[in-house]
Write a protein that binds this ligand. Structure first.
Ligand code: FAD
Length: 344
């Protein structure tokens, strides 16, 4: 069981900055995120887009902001459970909590900070009748570890940036990469489309368009063995392709998901909090910060999430150490330790 002071659900910018503010108070943090990488919307939806309203940064790419946040919290050594969704919460007799993920990983914490943004990103699944039988048996909706595909036969479906980028990347890893898209035109970046076409000409990507995967087939062990590709032409020609892995990349849609069933007060798909004090929810010890919360005048902005995280950590400190008196110090003033473990 993972043990920590503050369990943060969501490793978006708000969750990451919470680690820093908690670290200044010598509180340990562990983060859970359904996505395989930290950064929330910034990493998943717009890593190459510039942001102009982060104080002190006239312009910063969303992906670079996440890298900087990771650098800023490194010395506090946060733990991460990535690629798992927080599913249930159980309050213990001593007021602490156990949060369990969809993969069964248990986390024990004195305080829970929900920084779940728009919710956990769930993959859009293609309407192939028996596809669920092959999940984790050859079918995956996101790439967690590219090494899984080394020297394997992989088919990717989709027409956006993820499908293009992973086809390009895996062309050097897998023994065979087939990209299937239902149109001839792709929605992704033009240079990625050009690169896929170059790799096709070099024989490193097998490009099949316009076409769709209509069926998945397994072997006697229940593992994926082949996919049936139906071309979108008049003859509806079918190709049976032997594969080890099928990765449909049709995008992710956010859903508040299991958190909605935790007994929290919800308003318009967001968690109501006390914004006059500390962003605590109706469950004492459970806070909600960043895009996931709501209160009068709420703005879904990164800098608002940072502010909420800062105040929330002060309250969490009092909850965890009711007898200790906290004296606020600036990070620039003598006596504050934490950035690199040394006194400043
Ligand atoms: P998120 O970034 O949404 O992160 C939440 C994380 O929680 C996600 O990774 C999710 O997978 C995870 N999660 C949720 N539920 C669970 C669960 N049950 N288990 C495990 N993990 C879970 N804001 C600005 O301030 N300036 C801008 O210029 C700006 N531009 C934007 C442009 C675009 C295109 C978009 C889409 C947003 C923009 N925003 C901008 C908004 C900004 O990205 C959000 O305010 C910010 O990402 C919120 O951060 P967060 O950490 O609260 O949530």
């Amino acid at each position: 069981m993972v043990k920590t002071d503050i369990l943060i659900i969501g490793a978006g910018p708000t969750g990451l900055f919470t680690v820093f503010e908690a670290g200044l108070l010598k509180l340990k943090c562990h983060l859970i995120d359904a996505l395989p990488q930290p950064g929330g919307q910034c990493s998943e939806l717009y890593p190459k887009k510039p942001i102009y309203d982060i104080p002190g940064f006239p312009e910063v790419l969303a992906g670079d902001l996440v890298d900087n946040l990771m650098e800023q919290i490194k010395s506090f050594e946060p733990g991460f459970t990535l690629g798992e969704r927080a599913e249930t919460i159980d309050k213990q007799e001593d007021g602490s909590f156990i949060v369990t993920t969809n993969k069964g990983t248990q986390h024990h914490a004195k305080v829970v900070a929900i920084a779940g943004g728009l919710g956990s990103f769930e993959p859009r699944k293609p309407p192939i009748p028996n596809i669920a039988n092959f999940e984790d048996k050859g079918v995956a909706y996101m790439v967690k570890d590219p090494e899984v595909y080394r020297n394997k036969k992989v088919v990717i479906a989709g027409g956006g940036d993820s499908a293009l980028d992973w086809s390009i990347f895996l062309a050097d890893v897998a023994s065979e990469v087939t990209l299937v898209h239902r149109r001839n035109e792709f929605r992704g970046a033009l240079d990625s489309v050009d690169r896929v076409k170059e790799l096709k000409d070099l024989g490193k990507i097998n490009l099949i368009t316009p076409a769709e995967i209509s069926e998945v087939r397994g072997n006697d062990n229940g593992d994926l063995e082949a996919v049936l590709i139906r071309k979108n032409n008049e003859a509806s020609e079918e190709i049976l392709l032997e594969v080890d892995h099928f990765i449909p990349l049709f995008g992710l849609s956010p859903k508040l998901g299991p958190i909605a069933n935790w007994g929290l007060e919800i308003e318009k798909n967001a968690i109501k909090v006390d914004n006059t004090l500390d962003y605590q929810t109706n469950i004492p010890g459970v806070y909600a910060i960043g895009d996931v919360n709501t209160y009068p005048g709420k703005l879904k902005l990164i800098l608002c999430g940072f502010h909420e995280a800062t105040l929330m950590c002060q309250s969490a400190f009092q909850r965890i150490f009711p007898d200790k008196k906290y004296v606020m110090k600036y990070t620039t003033v003598g006596g504050v330790t934490g950035f690199d473990g040394t006194k400043k």
